[in-house]
Write a protein that binds this ligand. Structure first.
Ligand code: GDP
Ligand code: GDP
Length: 438
């Protein structure tokens, strides 16, 4: 089930990162004065009461004034409209309303996306509340006074945000078609791959700012089955600054991965696997998605009988935390081995949603325990009573044990391997949760 995405948009210094950090609930180190350094985190998974959502800070490194500021603001608004379910438009009661606020508000309003207007730095309600009324002029409805510094007003703000989240969920639940996100760094060949899979040299991309996300999804039909491909190449415009391009690329990836079942990470074979690839892969891994790594531009590589082996090792080493990922070597340009992608895709989709029987699982558990003695500490030995699968996408298991302290990572890994030896689960992560039975 995909979590809603909430984006924070606003001028420099209104308090976007402060609000982001306060909501994300951890202090994130900020290296504000170092140009070129990513000063903060771009996204965070937030739990508020019983709700979970992904929060995005669209800010990044911001110009202070002039034309650059406006174009940056436009870029922010666009990426938010493209990816978010709800946008928090943050303003500053102390600076008051300025021209750029009106311009951004206009763009946001036209998008038809739910916008929640927040007025920040209302540290003292009595003193500032009258000043917040001015913000009605933006035509975005009721302004919600908050203080990001003092964590005031979050409850009302988030209540309003969450009101707008639920309908989206319902829509996507009804759609049973598998959703596949094509992710990877710029120029890896994502668009080329989608084009080729589509069987035509054209990507159906809507160019109108603020069109719904579904408009940039592409449906591919093969052997009577439909797949929805989610492109992260995006609308490709406006961002002029390198930091913005990178930031927006991460935001698109998070948004696409959030909505997918399986991610295809496209890697440029000429460059080999890089740190940026690993970061992008991490986003899919964290979110428990099925994973295919497509080493692209294979046509450009001079090959001998060891080349594939060498590449495989390299990828496996850098992405050691996702040994479950399937690996394919392709050329989006020539179409080499592309039909194979669909076969692998079908397998991964199936595994990601695979449910196995409790009886067989417990046979595996009994045998696993017999073959390798569970760890013990200070005379107390780990006991594993029972295992059951509680959910799919990704397959998630609960194992009942006597003492969680004794359930070491290595034994969990061993159990995972035993389960995989029987059922495969190729291409999908599996989660094992230990629960104490009293
Ligand atoms: P961003 O550029 O929009 O990300 O803004 P920052 O989060 O970096 O905040 C800009 C400045 O405003 C910093 O000096 C913050 O400490 C300050 N600030 C943020 N929130 C509040 C608030 O609620 N009250 C006050 N008084 N200052 C705040
Ligand atoms: P994206 O930014 O990830 O969407 O990358 P594109 O699909 O725009 O591709 C970037 C560049 O790589 C373009 O010039 C493509 O023609 C080229 N390219 C993509 N896939 C292949 C491939 O398999 N082989 C070769 N030789 N070039 C490719």
């Amino acid at each position: 089930m995909s979590k809603p995405i909430i984006a924070i948009v606003g001028r420099p210094n209104v308090g976007k990162s402060t609000l982001f950090n306060a909501l994300a609930g951890e202090k994130i180190s900020i290296v504000k004065d170092t140009p070129g350094v990513t000063r903060d985190r771009i996204y965070a998974d937030v739990t508020w009461l019983n709700y979970q959502f992904t929060l995005i800070d669209t800010g990044g490194i911001e110009p202070d004034s002039g034309d650059l500021l406006l174009s940056h603001m436009r870029g922010q608004a666009e990426i938010a409209m493209e990816t978010a379910d709800v946008i928090i438009f943050l303003t500053d009661v102390r600076q008051g309303l300025v021209d750029a606020d009106y311009q951004v508000a206009d763009m946001l309003r036209r998008s038809g996306k739910p916008i929640v207007l927040a007025v920040n730095k209302v540290d003292n309600y009595e003193k500032f509340v009258l000043d917040t009324y001015e913000f009605y002029n933006l035509g975005l409805g009721t302004p919600f006074p908050v203080s990001a510094n003092s964590k005031i007003g979050f409850g009302d703000l988030l209540d309003e945000v969450l009101v707008h989240c639920n309908p989206q969920d319902a829509d996507e639940k009804e759609d049973e078609r598998p959703r596949v996100a094509i992710i990877g760094k710029p120029n890896a060949g994502k668009s080329s791959l989608i084009n080729k899979l589509l069987g035509e040299d054209r990507l159906i991309v809507s160019d109108i700012a603020g069109t719904t996300r579904d408009a940039i999804d592409t449906t591919v039909k093969r052997n009577g089955k439909e797949y929805v491909f989610i492109d992260t190449a995006g609308l490709r415009k406006k961002a002029r600054v390198k930091e913005d391009i990178e930031r927006y690329s991460v935001i698109r990836t998070v948004a696409a991965v959030e909505r997918c079942d399986v991610a295809i990470l496209v890697i440029d074979a000429e460059e080999g696997i890089t740190e940026q690839d690993a970061k992008i892969a991490g986003i899919a891994h964290e979110r428990g998605k099925g994973m295919i790594i497509a080493v692209n531009k294979w046509d450009l590589i001079e090959k001998n009988d060891k080349t594939i082996y060498k590449f495989t090792n390299q990828v496996r080493e850098v992405l050691s935390y996702m040994s479950y990922a399937e690996l394919v070597f392709i050329s989006a340009k020539t179409g080499q081995r592309l039909p194979k992608i669909f076969d692998v895709l079908d397998m991964v989709i199936e595994n990601h949603a695979l449910r196995v029987q409790t009886g067989v699982l417990n046979e595996i558990l009994t045998e696993a325990v017999a073959m390798k003695q569970p760890p013990s500490d200070k005379g107390k030995r780990l006991k594993l009573y029972y295992i059951t699968q509680v959910s799919v996408k990704p397959p998630t298991f609960v194992v009942f044990i006597n003492d969680r302290q004794l359930m070491h990572f290595s034994y969990t890994r061993y159990l995972e391997n035993q389960i995989r030896n029987t059922f495969g689960f190729r291409g999908t992560p599996i989660h094992i949760i230990a629960r104490e039975r009293k």
